[in-house]
Ligand binder design. Structure first.
Ligand code: XIL
Length: 344
């Protein structure tokens, strides 16, 4: 009996210990004046309870990391697969989180049947229009905004040659019009990366916005992916933010990660120096976002939740990379606490 009682007490104290660990008092998302997001992976939401808990409690917005992309959502010419996208929407709905849609038109993660598609310009237009309108209609009222077109420009500012640019003249504008046709209120974004230090790419995006305004093509926001690293130049990044905000459109830091080991050094140590440099980048980004006009603050979205799940580890095969705000065990990093103190 005594032994049982001791076990009981031990059990209770562990519950309290676990609770005091997992129910922190202040959440970054609650002190910010704008949504704090993460991209998410439905498999992890299903399988990993800590991931699920963190994603649900630490963020006020979610983006599908992969499952609303063409390849996953439209795997056959006559087949759409909304199962995992819907799972993310349901997860977010249960927690009153906003959902950001990513992405309708891109040159990557395109299903084979689209790559093999044969037809004249009209056939291509109908194919892309059907894709966009079916997906936008499906999520109408459920997502707040869509990355309509992703990464359409090269670093030199020219239009990236893709199956879309090859077959559909003016495909960017048409994509925005097709999306708007079926959803009059969802916010429409153009999303891209690496504008910092690439003035021609930046200019191409600004020219696109100016051209859209002139032609009355709907666009509501710019997604700045913010896949940056600790040696990215602050000045160049701030310049991109200022120029993007000067369009008057909503601004989304849409895929934030701050790589600490961009050269993939196998000996890399995530030491205090690297952590400080990373923290300074987070601070610079959050502070500059905070100083944007309120109406333009769509939010800051991290590209996944814990370091372990970052695409920099998986996709780029950089095992010693620690780019996010939560560590491999989903614990808040010290940087989290500093952001909390500084931004409140
Ligand atoms: C990445 C995902 O994180 C990976 O899991 C996937 O293998 C490839 O795509 N820009 C984007 C995102 O707009 O969709 C990309 O996401 C990262 C770069």
């Amino acid at each position: 009996m005594k032994i049982l009682y001791t076990f009981f007490l031990l059990g209770i104290s562990q519950v309290f210990f676990a609770q005091s660990q997992s129910v922190p008092k202040l959440f970054l998302k609650d002190i910010l004046t704008f949504p704090l997001g993460a991209s998410v992976n439905p498999r992890l939401l299903d399988e990993n309870i800590t991931y699920r808990e963190r994603t649900g409690s630490e963020f006020s917005s979610v983006t599908a990391e992969n499952h609303m992309k063409m390849m996953n959502i439209h795997p056959g010419a006559d087949r759409f697969d909304f199962v995992l996208g819907d799972e993310i929407v349901a997860f977010a709905g249960n927690r009153k989180q906003r959902v950001h849609g990513h992405t309708l038109v891109w040159h990557n993660q395109v299903p084979q049947w689209m790559k093999d598609f044969q037809g004249d310009q009209v056939a291509w237009e109908n194919m892309l229009k059907n894709h966009i309108q079916t997906v936008v209609s499906h999520y109408k009222g459920k997502v707040a905004g869509w990355d309509v077109v992703n990464e359409a420009f090269l670093d030199d500012g020219s239009l990236r040659p893709t199956i879309w640019s090859d077959h559909i003249p003016d495909y960017i504008a048409k994509s925005f019009l097709w999306a708007r046709e079926v959803d009059p209120t969802v916010l429409l974004f153009y999303n891209d990366y690496g504008q910092d230090g690439k003035p021609k790419k930046m200019q191409a995006i600004l020219d696109l916005v100016a051209d859209f305004k002139k032609r009355n093509i709907p666009i509501n926001g710019l997604g700045l992916q913010m896949h940056i690293n600790i040696i990215s130049k602050n000045e160049a990044i701030l310049d991109v933010i200022t120029k993007s905000a000067a369009t008057g459109l909503s601004i989304h830091f849409s895929e934030l990660d701050v790589a600490v080991n961009p050269k993939n050094n196998p000996e890399f140590m995530y030491d205090d120096v690297a952590k400080d440099e990373q923290l300074n980048k987070f601070l610079m980004l959050f502070n500059s976002f905070k100083s944007l006009p309120k109406a333009q603050q769509y939010g800051i979205t991290f590209w996944n939740v814990g370091d372990k799940d970052s695409w920099l580890r998986g996709y780029f095969k950089r095992p010693k990379e620690y780019p996010l705000l939560f560590d491999d065990g989903y614990a808040r990093k010290p940087a989290y606490q500093v952001l909390l103190q500084t931004l409140k």
